[in-house]
Design a protein around this ligand. Structure first.
Ligand SMILES: [Fe+2]
Length: 610
């Protein structure tokens, strides 16, 4: 039975992209998860019923015990923006208007009733604005007493970027940029133009950028975006179609860049890579100018970021290196899933006015390990229902055994502890490999993830050794900062080899080639003993065997599939790929010894074209 004095706040984000729920108990983040992990529908945007059920269960309460609900945006104002935009662009916008209306009329504007009906309770609902939720998700869990907060995304109600100062439990908004002028939508327009899926392919565009040259950056600056010195900007709407149509770009945009958008799944050309590099460069320019301006205005040392653009870890890395901010903290669920967390924290700190205490060093996000964990009895239950071959290993032996597998050039699926909240796998639901291997990048991309070979892999490194391998001192627990591989780890001859486009992949660039991107950078995750002891000890053991405290960490899923959530999901994914070992808590599964190998096919996993 929950104590009557406890205050439980449920945060919800839904109906746009990546629905999620979270529960905050007396200010403590008890649980948070995305709906896609439970429904197995990637980026599921439906009402997050399963995620809510999980959060309630984790908190040990039922819906009637909730004190407040925070919903991550104001539906009426968003509806007003959509209506206004359609009418401004009428009759051009009629097709997208008709497409969007049924969902709005059925669900979004009657949200209060919908939430109460779904939960079967009359809990009061607070509706912060979309960017207030992002701001709250960036500042409140951060380690800082006082910080500049900057949010950048596609769009919420009207705002597309907002900035202010957070102090204690207060957040003062200093300014904002409004729709249709949006850095997120600009980036998404190029995601669309280069043939990737809007709202999920942005990561691919960023990964593609280092293969290209910024040949189109001046064209973008000249025609598409007017960037001021303070980082504020205006888009030239003549080239975009997202206000009125079902596409992001229009014929003028296509004429400017010399042709129609790339067809999804068709070969990626050098031109696509050059375009990726160009928009990446312009985006970074805006991010850095905004950050510099805010630092100069406020004189503060700390910066907090959220909103989808804050997943641009290349831009984040440059802010850390090139701006005057000394410290940067980025909400790991920076996209709209994190809005659920922001909304709940908004209610606790801003609406209820509770005090906030931080120590300046440790954040309140708990490593973002906020999802379900499976106990021994749960795994035993799974083993009863599925015919497998396994070995049970003690806690003490586990790190060494896994390190030996990695050192033996095996690809290992690691499933342990609580699932991560946010798009990155951080050692709870990860696929691991040897970062020293030149072949590992294409092996894991093609044989395990079934995805494009250009996609880079990220390293996990022991936090105390990060500066030995990378040009970075700061910790990066959420894999949201990109930095260069240290010069003395780079193979000098690789710099003299001239190759173009995807051919660049074939060059061995460093002593950790599997995670060294073609521009010698890496998207770093630092691993600390206190946040994830098992993962830390695996890398530590691997270092003892190999002399290298860096391994490959990629998310445990195949292309188009949400990251695995349960032992069943993990086993199924293991069986349809060429992964060599699967570790589920204390249970080790070796591929060669599994029965029913032919029973599993890729069709067993629901995927979407992403
Ligand atoms: Fe957003």
């Amino acid at each position: 039975m929950p104590d009557q004095n406890d205050i439980y706040i449920l945060g919800i984000s839904a109906f746009y992209h990546d629905s999620a729920a979270c529960i905050v108990k007396n200010g403590d983040i008890v649980a948070a998860a995305q709906e896609e992990r439970f429904t197995r529908k990637k980026h599921d945007f439906s009402f997050p019923k399963k995620a809510i059920d999980y959060c309630l269960e984790e908190a040990g309460i039922s819906a009637e015990d909730l004190t407040y609900i925070g919903y991550y945006e104001k539906p009426f104002i968003k509806f007003e923006r959509i209506l206004y935009t359609y009418f401004t662009y009428a009759p051009l916008g009629i097709r997208s208007f008709l497409k969007a209306m049924p969902l709005w009329l059925k669900k979004k504007i009657f949200l209060k009733e919908l939430i109460h009906n779904e939960l079967g309770s009359e809990t009061p609902i607070i509706f912060p604005e979309h960017h207030e939720s992002h701001i709250a998700s960036a500042f409140y869990p951060s380690p800082y007493e006082k910080a500049v907060v900057l949010t950048m995304d596609g769009v919420g109600e009207w705002t597309t970027s907002s900035y202010g100062v957070g102090e204690g439990n207060k957040m003062d908004l200093l300014g904002e940029i409004k729709f249709p002028h949006s850095l997120g939508l600009l980036y998404s327009a190029f995601t669309y133009y280069t043939g990737f899926r809007v709202n999920s392919g942005e990561y691919k565009l960023m990964g593609l950028a280092p293969y290209g040259e910024p040949k189109y950056a001046d064209l973008i600056r000249k025609h598409l975006i007017d960037i001021k010195e303070d980082g504020s900007f205006k888009l030239n709407m003549k080239y975009f179609n997202y206000c009125a149509g079902l596409t992001m770009t229009n014929h003028r945009f296509h004429k400017l860049f010399g042709g129609p958008p790339r067809k999804p799944e068709s070969p990626v050309t050098q031109k696509d890579m050059d375009i990726a590099r160009s928009i990446q460069q312009v985006t970074e320019e805006v991010m850095i100018k905004m950050a510099n301006h805010l630092q100069e205005e406020t004189g503060l040392d700390n910066l907090c970021l959220a909103g989808g653009v804050a997943l641009n870890c290349v831009g984040n890395g440059r802010i850390l290196r090139e701006s005057k901010f000394k410290n940067i903290w980025i909400q790991p669920a920076a996209g709209d899933a994190g809005g659920a967390l922001g909304a709940a924290l908004f209610v606790w700190y801003r609406y209820l006015g509770n005090e906030r205490t931080v120590d300046g060093v440790h954040d309140l996000q708990k490593g973002s390990y906020l999802g379900p964990k499976f106990l021994d009895e749960d795994i035993q239950e799974f083993l009863k229902t599925t015919e497998t071959h396994y070995e049970r290993v003690d806690d003490a032996q586990l790190p060494k055994r896994i390190a030996e597998m990695i050192n033996g050039q095996n690809v290992v699926g690691l499933f342990q502890g609580r699932m991560e909240f946010g798009p990155r796998a951080l050692g709870g639901r990860s696929i691991l490999g040897d970062a020293r291997s030149q072949e590992m990048q294409s092996t894991i991309n093609l044989k395990i993830k079934f995805r494009e070979s250009f996609r880079p892999f990220a390293p996990s490194v022991l936090v105390e050794r990060v500066s030995e391998y990378f040009d970075q001192e700061a910790s990066s627990p959420y894999m949201l900062l990109v930095a260069d591989v240290k010069e003395d780890k780079i193979l000098p001859e690789s710099r003299n080899t001239q190759k173009q486009g995807i051919e660049k992949l074939k060059i061995k660039r460093s002593v950790i080639p599997a995670i060294t991107h073609v521009d010698y950078s890496a998207r770093i995750q630092t691993v600390a003993e206190d946040t994830n002891p098992l993962y830390y000890n695996i890398i530590k053991e691997f270092d003892k065997l190999s002399g290298c405290p860096v391994i490959i960490n990629t998310s445990f899923n195949i292309r188009g599939e949400p990251i695995v959530c349960t032992p069943e999901d993990a086993y199924r994914c293991f069986m349809v790929t060429n992964m060599d070992y699967l570790v589920v808590e204390n249970y080790i599964f070796e591929k060669a010894k599994q029965p029913n190998k032919d029973k599993y096919t890729k069709d067993d996993i629901s995927t979407v074209l992403d």
